[in-house]
Design a protein around this ligand. Structure first.
Ligand code: BT5
Length: 250
């Protein structure tokens, strides 16, 4: 399939019944020169990845497990903007299906505090230019039951709506939304993406704790900047700019 309205996503599609990780496959394909917009889709992942070596449960036929190969015309420090584009697209697409979800900075889509979708952006760059960016997206669509570890922290469109949802529709809605907001980014209209992100997010204005690789920071998340970094005002009044890390909402 290829939706007529899509301009660059899915001009080339790699589809699998089962794969280790669509992101890992995408990385190999990107190095081999596959073009901008190539999609890798799988019904199931046996080694689905989250950030920093975490696992992403990807049971057969229950979700959307996809990766996109992108070759953006951006400087490497701008690459995190793409995660925000993906988060907005994911939130908009699931909202189209009646789900009142919110974005938790930087890469989670939550519904009533439970994770509905996650994004894993992997960047390959030189000092001054991006080689490629892989954006991996996992959306729990028709999962009826999660593992014991995930039961209290994960949800799916099925569990929220109490009826099966057409995965293809959600997928196409996501791809269309992604193209729309990505084109904003390309045209230098990232402000529009930020505006939408801010309208959909549940992080700003909250007391947060950021667990980084080397330190923990606590304070109020009061904004994100023009590159998508989270701005925290600590109790002593100083401001920290966070590019990545895990956020717990307090
Ligand atoms: C993420 O990591 O949220 C990024 C997830 C990206 C998954 C996609 S699927 C297609 C593509 N190919 C891949 O191999 N990955 C991408 P992080 O923020 O680190 O969250 C990971 C944590 O979420 C885990 O430690 C679990 O606690 C939880 N988790 C695992 N599987 C989940 C699921 N299906 N639904 C909700 N939460 C899950």
């Amino acid at each position: 399939w290829k939706d007529e309205e899509l301009k660059f996503l899915g001009n080339k599609i790699y589809y699998y019944e089962s794969i280790g990780s669509t992101n890992e496959k995408a990385k190999i394909l990107a190095v081999n020169g596959e073009p901008h917009g190539t999609l890798i889709l799988s019904e199931k992942q046996t080694m689905g990845k989250g950030r920093i070596g975490r696992k992403w449960e990807s049971p057969k036929n229950e979700g959307i497990w996809l990766s996109m190969i992108l070759r953006p015309n951006l400087s490497p420090e701008e690459a995190p903007k793409i995660t925000l584009v993906a988060a907005v697209a994911c939130a908009k697409a699931t909202r189209k299906h009646g789900i009142n979800c919110a974005i938790k900075w930087p890469n989670d889509i939550l519904y009533e505090g439970k994770k509905l979708a996650g994004i894993l952006t992997e960047i390959s760059a030189e000092i001054d230019r991006i080689n490629h960016v892989i954006v991996g997206v996992g959306i729990n669509v028709n999962t009826k039951k999660f593992s014991v570890e995930l039961e209290s922290i994960a949800t799916s469109l099925y569990l929220i709506k109490k009826e099966p949802v057409d995965r293809k529709k959600v997928l196409i809605d996501f791809l269309k939304e992604f193209e729309y907001f990505y084109s904003k980014l390309e045209k230098g209209e990232f402000q529009d993406v930020l505006k939408e992100w801010k309208a959909l997010n549940c992080t700003i204005g909250r007391n947060v704790k950021i667990i980084g690789k080397t330190k923990e920071i606590e304070g109020i998340a009061f904004d994100i900047d023009e590159l998508g970094a989270l701005l925290i005002r600590k109790n002593d009044g100083s401001v920290e700019r966070i590019l990545s890390g895990d956020v717990s909402l307090r």
